[in-house]
Design a protein around this ligand. Structure first.
Ligand SMILES: *Cc1c(COP(=O)(O)O)cnc(C)c1O
Length: 430
């Protein structure tokens, strides 16, 4: 990609064409304070990104960044993917929205693609990860209230998990910070430590309807679930007649090197959920379930105005088709091996780095100290990445990322980490 021309920069910053910002008249009114009319619920970086193509994004000053966060695992096909854009534009000229009171052929095609490539048989369309998990919890409750009775409604989740920000999904989330100030929380949730089988067994009662977990706890620090533990969870579900819900909102859609992360483990969840990578940045969520859960929902029992509209379905269909045609899960596995191998090679010498882990192109670098300053320093060097908890650097490049881009990102990251390790407190620099 070439740098932006001055005209492009001007059109992005709103500066009059043909002259740069510096040549504007003196005494112009100061720019209004940013975000004044927006609730301050986000800690935002001091950057406004205004254009993207492939692995690259540009800010409103025309600076270019290599994007290794992808809107938090959302733009997995890169920014403004052409094939998806073409389908979106064609659908814009055809039909945007009709109610779910009508058949929507695009939904049927997306459902066929998803069920044809997974263990699921049924899908429900919504607009976000939280809503997909909310639908999963509702389906589990409805199913068990029919099968085991009205007293069976509880969902067991794990510490450090993240399942969303609605009242039910933040209650399911195993992190205190998302619950602050929102009491009382809905009843029917229990959280136990990850990989603590005894605690899990002790938490199961006649009220338990489901166990819900991520295959890689992404927000919680890129923690991979151990095969042995997951096998035990599956066995407990079988023994007690519980539903297994896998939250694939971040791990799904090729990110980890398989289309769905649970496929690494050879298990079949009863229910799993998707959102982030499923529509290239168009808001969409999906809850998928096994055929025997079908009748738990009946007409009127759950709904979403914007779930799977013709526009949303067209973007999902194009995204999933592209992902399958271009074998992006396999590519994520390959590039993930290359990226984590290179990180291990370049960072092996610094005790500042404790562990490099993850699956495919969902990679965490656990450090001995908080990494917030490294993230900011990365932005100054033209590389975007995020944290997963205070001490973990999380890398989420798009699934078309090239080895050259990986080399470039690792060079910057390695330099930043070495510099930081040598200046941080002195004690970790040995
Ligand atoms: C992001 C995320 C969610 C919430 O998705 P939203 O679209 O923000 O509601 C839920 N679960 C996991 C694992 C996530 O990463």
């Amino acid at each position: 990609m070439s740098e932006l021309t001055q005209t492009e920069q001007d059109s992005l910053t709103g500066a009059p064409q043909g002259r740069s910002a510096e040549t504007q008249e003196q005494g112009a009114a100061p720019a209004p304070a940013r975000l004044s009319a927006i609730f301050p619920s986000y800690a935002r970086y001091d950057l406004s990104l205004v254009k993207g193509k492939g692995s690259w994004v540009w800010d409103d000053q025309g600076n270019k960044y290599l994007d290794f966060m992808c809107g938090l695992a959302v733009t997995s096909l890169g920014h403004a993917p052409e094939k998806v854009g073409e389908k979106l534009k064609a659908q814009i000229d055809t039909l945007w929205h009709v109610s779910n009171l009508f058949h929507i052929p695009g939904q049927e095609r997306v459902a066929a693609l998803l069920t044809g490539n997974s263990c699921a048989d049924q899908v429900f369309f919504c607009n976000s990860g939280a809503e997909a998990n909310e639908a999963a919890i509702k389906l589990a409750r409805r199913y068990h209230q029919k099968v085991k009775g009205a007293d069976c409604y509880e969902v067991i989740t794990f510490e450090q998990s993240f399942h969303g920000r609605t009242l039910a999904t933040l209650t399911a989330t195993g992190q205190a910070k998302v619950k602050e100030g929102f009491l009382p929380l809905p009843a029917g949730f229990k959280t136990v430590p990850l990989h603590d089988l005894e605690a899990l067994k002790a938490a199961i009662t006649e009220h338990t309807a489901a166990i819900m977990l991520e295959m890689v706890l992404a927000e919680g620090g890129v923690l991979e679930v151990q095969q042995e533990f997951l096998d035990a969870v599956v066995a407990l579900c079988k023994e007690h007649g519980l539903l297994l819900i896998v939250d694939e909102v971040q791990t799904g859609m090729g990110r980890t090197g398989k289309l769905f992360a649970h496929q690494h483990y050879g298990i079949e969840p009863d229910i799993f959920t998707l959102a982030k990578g499923v529509a290239s940045g168009f808001p969409a969520g999906v809850m998928l379930g096994k055929g025997y859960l079908r009748e738990a929902f009946s007409p009127g029992s759950h709904a979403s105005t914007f779930g799977g509209t013709p526009l949303s379905a067209a973007v999902m269909e194009a995204t999933i088709e592209t992902m399958l045609e271009d074998k992006l899960p396999e590519r994520a596995a390959e590039m993930g091996d290359y990226l984590s191998g290179l990180l291990r090679e370049k960072l092996a010498d610094t005790p500042f780095v404790k562990e490099i882990r993850g699956k495919g192109l969902l990679i965490g670098i656990e450090c001995k100290e908080p990494v917030a300053e490294i993230v900011l320093a990365g932005q100054k060097r033209g590389l975007l990445f995020v944290q997963a908890g205070p001490n973990v650097i999380r890398l989420l490049p798009n699934l078309y990322v090239t080895t050259a881009e990986i080399d470039q990102a690792v060079d910057i990251l390695s330099e930043l980490i070495h510099t930081y390790a040598n200046t941080a407190n002195g004690e970790v620099s040995s």
